[in-house]
Design a protein around this ligand. Structure first.
Ligand SMILES: NC(=O)c1ccc[n+]([C@@H]2O[C@H](COP(=O)([O-])OP(=O)(O)OC[C@H]3O[C@@H](n4cnc5c(N)ncnc54)[C@H](OP(=O)(O)O)[C@@H]3O)[C@@H](O)[C@H]2O)c1
Length: 290
């Protein structure tokens, strides 16, 4: 039975993997929070491997606070760059497989058509820069590894846009949401299911990077409209421009991911994010007693 170490198991995507793992009994996941497997303390990885050898790592560990990253450059570098370098050093002598996650924020958004894996990255912010460096380290390493770029994750776990809109609407706050940034919302639970369903595909490691995201493209405002409609909320929602929503980090105006490569190489297609959103809202409402 192949074993994968799941790092960052306490984060949003890590929790999604833990939730869907039982549907994939062919993969035994060793779920480790930061305390148990810390990329900046490689001895923690060695300890787990000595006790329960595993043959691959699903790396959901990362620094993901996009605005804070502008003032916490040491932290973001330590986790998203040095942490990945440590992971590679640990995996190399053991030839472990690495499935690593990255982001649409590696792109600057100047393109007008969906970004392919072959388009050159050009990040606008510190978070994106650190994710590009992490990607480059993995691509250069002589390891069976795959980078999965995804975007605009939502789920019943952690902090995310869907939960934030639901809670603000519930409190009766007026919602102002940017309408000039377009991307591809993606359900973390659907992404985790998709990844576990392709882990054993013989062609998976033939490409260094894949884009996995749901369609159709949307703006944050359009995404918020759907969240309110599907949750039956009548909260007031107003579109605003990025320039009217000052934030520490610049964000791409367009970061739609082209997913043709994953469709072609391993026959993976995902349902639309609207269908996944309806399921996610039900889970949020049940979990939060809304
Ligand atoms: N969220 C999105 O919208 C989005 C979009 C595109 C791509 N992604 C990518 O998807 C991946 C997962 O994101 P996410 O949303 O699940 O992020 P998240 O909720 O912030 O989870 C990241 C996890 O990594 C842990 N961590 C931080 N430093 C660590 C270290 N040195 N060693 C081990 N664990 C460490 C964090 O622990 P602490 O909480 O204790 O720090 C947290 O549990 C990331 O690679 C991210 O770049 C996310």
């Amino acid at each position: 039975m192949p074993n994968y170490l799941l790092t960052g198991a306490g984060g949003q995507l890590g929790e999604c993997f833990q939730t869907v793992a039982t549907q994939f009994p062919q993969h035994q996941l060793i779920c480790a929070t930061r305390e148990e497997a810390d990329l900046n303390r490689p001895e923690t990885l060695e300890k787990i491997h000595a006790a329960t050898p595993f043959e691959g790592i699903l790396n959901c560990a990362a620094y993901t606070q996009i605005d804070k990253a502008e003032t916490e450059k040491d932290k973001v570098t330590a986790i998203n760059e040095e942490g990945v370098a440590n992971l590679i050093d640990f995996a190399l002598p053991r030839q472990l497989k690495i499935i690593h996650f990255s982001t649409d924020f590696v792109f600057d958004g100047h393109q007008k058509s969906p970004y392919k894996e072959t388009d050159p990255p050009h990040p606008l912010n510190s978070y994106g820069q650190s994710k590009v460096k992490g990607e480059q380290l993995l691509i250069q390493a002589k390891l069976p590894s795959v980078i999965i770029r995804t975007s605009w994750l939502f789920s019943p776990y952690g902090s995310n846009f869907v939960k934030s809109i639901v809670f603000k609407a519930k409190k009766g706050e007026e919602l102002k949401v940017v309408s000039d940034q377009y991307g591809t919302p993606t359900a973390g639970l659907d992404l985790a299911q998709a990844v576990l369903s392709i882990l054993d595909h013989p062609a998976l490691f033939e490409a260094p990077i894949y884009h996995i995201a749901q369609g159709p493209p949307a703006s944050w405002y359009g995404f918020a409209q759907q969240i309110l409609a599907l949750s039956g909320s009548k909260a007031a929602l107003r579109p605003i421009l990025s320039e009217d929503y000052p934030s520490a980090a610049r964000r791409p105006h367009y970061s739609v991911l082209d997913t043709q490569r994953i469709q072609k190489n391993v026959s993976l297609t995902l349902r639309n994010w609207e269908d996944a959103l309806a399921d996610c809202l039900q889970l949020i409402q049940a979990n939060e007693g809304l």
